[in-house]
Design a protein. Structure first.
Lengths: 374, 198
């Protein structure tokens, strides 16, 4: 079971002080948070991708590479990579490069992005979101698995004799998750390829999550990747904890009431009941998190959103310390009652082993200046 | 079993909007000659959950049930009070949060109430375009009732006409021909009937 955090990189005023961090502070804070995640023993750090204010989450590959250089073990991932508006050729190159730089500590989660105005900035149309996700990802897979690609599609310039470099590390592409909240086509896509499926889970009632995860599991089996309960599922989650649960509620309430997504809407109490948000003691967070299995089944990856709603860096780091303290209990809880045939989330090492060992897939070509084969 | 969902956006108790909605529902049940389940959704108690839905993107408890009631219904009867020359914001919000195509092909009887008869065209200017946009099959006769209509005999006949049209849409019954002047020439209404109906 992988347990980690994900960030959307929002620059949000702290409602208790009225102060908004600068972009520089927020970018540096993201690095601190990722390093802290590794320090407390988490398995995954994932960053979102946004190309508009109030976010600092553009260029996720620079962020991940920078963090990768300052960490040893944590898996670097995305939440999500915009497969709709980002050229799959760039995704193929960028993430293969990070694979090499971090010795395989990277995977990706594909998402579509729901901000309509962003699409035209990249020459795309949100109404084609599903089709973009389908075509672009199909191309991305080929770029990673085939050395020379001839391709023609609807949404980008055709490719003739194109080789994406560097080739994936050890001849194995990064593992891919597909994230979606309410689009059955994306659960179907993840199932078709036998990739992972991630449900954002936060902000939404459990019924939405269950519906999507059930569909993905059912179709994973249908496409012959194995029994439904062996499909690779990830869930989001959201908490705020203090030793004393009432302290957590009191401290978090102003952040909740003014949060960008659900602020000025339902009460904290109604929202924690309707969604996985847990505000309380570490024990309450532990129990709630372990209860996600009741509707999602045994799953492989749990990511928490911790740095949001304008929470100051100091508070976020304290939250990670508290998460670190309950981490052994959480791992133990997830292991309890978990049948032996339920797989772990694929890692670079497991994918290399499944492929029969590491292969160097460097493409040696003629140097077009010297004419020498290199 | 035919299921009819009645959506009433009245705010007061008793509400003339709800009264009209109930009369439309009763007349539809009478017109159908078959078992009918009528579920009334009052929007007033859903006002807060509707505002929450606008912000969070998902319905909570009772609102989720109301939406499910609409989703399962074979036909809708929808009635709104007129606010500022249109449907009320509460009424519109409920239809704003339905998933796309929830009402596609669903027969809908539209109704509205107002303090003055000057609003009577609100059905044609506001409600009918809304439900046409939602791809519902809107019953030709909508029923508008101003305060003064509740004392008038004409209201009941409009209710029955609209309910009959909704019933016909639900059962696929052939069109009920209305007598025209040509029919009168061919087969005049006996004077005794005219005298009784006067």
């Amino acid at each position: 079971m992988q347990i980690g955090i994900f960030t959307v990189g929002d620059v949000t005023p702290d409602p208790t002080t009225g102060r908004t961090p600068t972009e520089h502070e927020r970018i540096k804070a993201t690095v601190e948070i990722a390093k802290k995640a590794e320090e407390v023993g988490l398995d995954v750090f994932a960053t979102g991708e946004h190309h508009n204010p109030p976010f600092i989450a553009s260029n996720p590959t620079a962020t991940l590479a920078y963090i990768g250089a300052q960490t040893e073990n944590i898996i670097l991932s995305t939440a999500t990579t915009l497969i709709t508006t980002t050229d799959p050729v760039l995704i193929a190159e960028d993430y293969a490069k990070i694979q090499h730089l971090t010795d395989g500590r990277v995977d990706l989660m594909m998402g579509r992005g729901n901000t309509g105005p962003v699409y035209p900035w990249f020459g795309k149309d949100i109404r084609e979101g599903i089709n973009l996700a389908i075509e672009n990802y199909a191309l991305l897979r080929r770029l990673w698995t085939e050395d020379v690609v001839n391709w023609e599609g609807k949404f980008r310039t055709p490719l003739q004799g194109y080789t994406s470099t560097p080739r994936p590390l050890d001849g194995v592409a990064p593992f891919v998750w597909h994230g979606s909240i309410r689009s059955p086509e994306i659960a179907e896509q993840a199932a078709y390829y036998g990739d992972g499926f991630f449900h954002n889970h936060i902000f939404w009632p459990a019924g939405h999550t269950k519906q999507m995860v059930d569909l993905y599991r059912r179709r994973f089996e249908h496409y012959g990747h194995g029994p439904a309960d062996t499909a690779i599922v990830g869930l989001g989650g959201q908490f705020f904890m203090r030793k004393n649960s009432q302290d957590a509620v009191d401290e978090f309430r102003p952040y909740f009431d003014n949060a960008p997504v659900y602020g000025h809407g339902p009460s904290l109490e109604d929202f924690t009941e309707a969604t996985p948000l847990t505000v309380g003691s570490p024990q309450q967070v532990l129990e709630r998190t372990l209860s996600f299995r009741e509707y999602a089944g045994h799953y492989q990856r749990q990511l928490f959103l911790v740095d949001h709603a304008g929470l100051p860096l100091k508070t976020v780091l304290e939250q990670l310390d508290l998460l670190g303290e309950i981490l052994p209990e959480m791992r133990k809880g997830f292991a309890e009652g978990r049948p032996a045939h339920i797989p772990d989330a694929p890692t670079h090492a497991s994918l290399v082993a499944a492929a029969g060992g590491a292969k160097d897939t460097t493409i040696h070509a003629v140097d077009d200046v010297t004419g020498v084969s290199v | 079993m035919t299921r009819i969902a009645v959506i009433s956006a009245g705010l007061s108790v008793p509400s003339s909007t709800r009264l009209l909605a109930d009369r439309l529902a009763d007349a539809t049940v009478a017109a159908l000659h078959e078992p009918v389940e009528v579920d009334v959704v009052e929007l007033r108690p859903l006002a807060h959950p509707l505002a929450d839905h606008l912000l969070t993107g998902f319905p909570s408890g009772e609102l989720a049930e109301a939406i499910e009631t609409v989703r399962r219904a074979d036909a809708l009867i929808v009635v709104t009070p007129v606010f500022s020359a249109s449907y009320s914001g509460l009424f519109k919000t409920f239809f704003d949060v339905l998933e796309p195509d929830t009402l596609a092909g669903v027969p809908v009887l539209i109704g509205a109430t107002a303090g003055t008869a000057r609003h009577s065209l609100v059905l044609e200017h506001a409600l009918r375009p809304l439900f046409t946009y939602l791809h519902a099959t809107v019953v030709p006769t909508g029923v508008f009732a101003a305060s003064e209509d509740f004392g008038e005999a004409g209201l009941q006949s409009r209710i029955e006409r609209a309910a009959g049209e909704l019933g016909a849409l639900l059962t696929g019954a052939p069109r009920q021909r209305v007598r025209t002047v040509e029919d009168e020439f061919a087969d005049p209404t006996p004077f005794e009937d005219l005298l009784r109906g006067a």
